[in-house]
Write a protein that binds this ligand. Sequence first.
Ligand SMILES: NC(=O)c1ccc[n+]([C@@H]2O[C@H](COP(=O)([O-])OP(=O)(O)OC[C@H]3O[C@@H](n4cnc5c(N)ncnc54)[C@H](O)[C@@H]3O)[C@@H](O)[C@H]2O)c1
Ligand SMILES: CCCCCCO
Length: 275
Amino acid sequence: MASSTEEVNMDLNGKNIVYIGGFGGIGLETCKELVQNGVANLMILHKAWNESAFKELSSVDSRCVCKFTEFDITCGLEKTRLLFKQIVEKLGSIDMLINGAGICTEKDFDNLIAVNFTGTVNATLVAYDLMDKSRDGKGGVVVNISSVAALTPFPVLPIYSATKGGILNFTRALAQLEPKSGITLYSICPGITDTKHWDNVHHFQGRELCFKEKMRGRPCPIQTANQCAKNIVKAIEAHKNGATWMCDVGQLKLVEVKNFWTPPHQRQDPETEQS
Ligand SMILES: NC(=O)c1ccc[n+]([C@@H]2O[C@H](COP(=O)([O-])OP(=O)(O)OC[C@H]3O[C@@H](n4cnc5c(N)ncnc54)[C@H](O)[C@@H]3O)[C@@H](O)[C@H]2O)c1
Ligand SMILES: CCCCCCO
């Protein structure tokens, strides 16, 4: 795995990838793109089996071994750890984890936080322990699907925005350890994408958002899941540690998320006040 100073693209050929939420709207399209790019083993972790999605995926390229395991990302750290141990026993190693599960409604915000934030943190930490070069791992990649709501918080979805903003910061923080861990991490922030994500979405004060209905007829196009997926794979191939990628209206853009505070030990003059 390249160090953080080298700009080396990711070659997906022969890789073992775990995709949590891989039967979702964005997830399934991204998995299809990954299979087309030569991934060797694709393990899809999902809440429920989806026959049609699996058949669609398996028809893309028979050389990729696609597997499914039922998984609820809110199952907790230890059950997640046990499942990943079983996956490594099957695949030999995990080269990449993609955290693609997520919900949007704020009606039950304990569950919203459990899925979008705590679940993603648990899966990342478990994969991190397995990949960490400083603890006999081979290094690896963790891709966390955040949202544009992490870049521009939405007043109608304040808790969703917080979960996605939290994942962005969590990912950027861990990415700084790459020189020691050999683990590359980056965030993907999709814009509004036409999936079931928007079905049955409730405002934090309870009323239904009817978001899709409101978006219909608006001048700005909503991107398709396939447009988003193609750009997610482009971001994966770019392999930029600590990066924040925005996939919106069919475009891929690298976003500079600024730091506004310098830890004392990194300041040129420790006495310098923050300007
Ligand atoms: N669609 C958008 O406009 C949009 C925009 C920005 C970010 N996102 C994010 O992209 C990701 C994919 O969303 P999508 O648009 O494909 O929606 P989607 O609803 O089609 O897919 C989300 C997937 O997450 C899975 N999931 C939900 N709860 C789970 C749980 N407890 N355990 C395991 N899996 C669970 C669902 O089964 C589903 O397949 C999500 O993280 C979402 O927040 C979507
Ligand atoms: C209005 C809410 C749009 C949030 C982007 C999807 O995560």
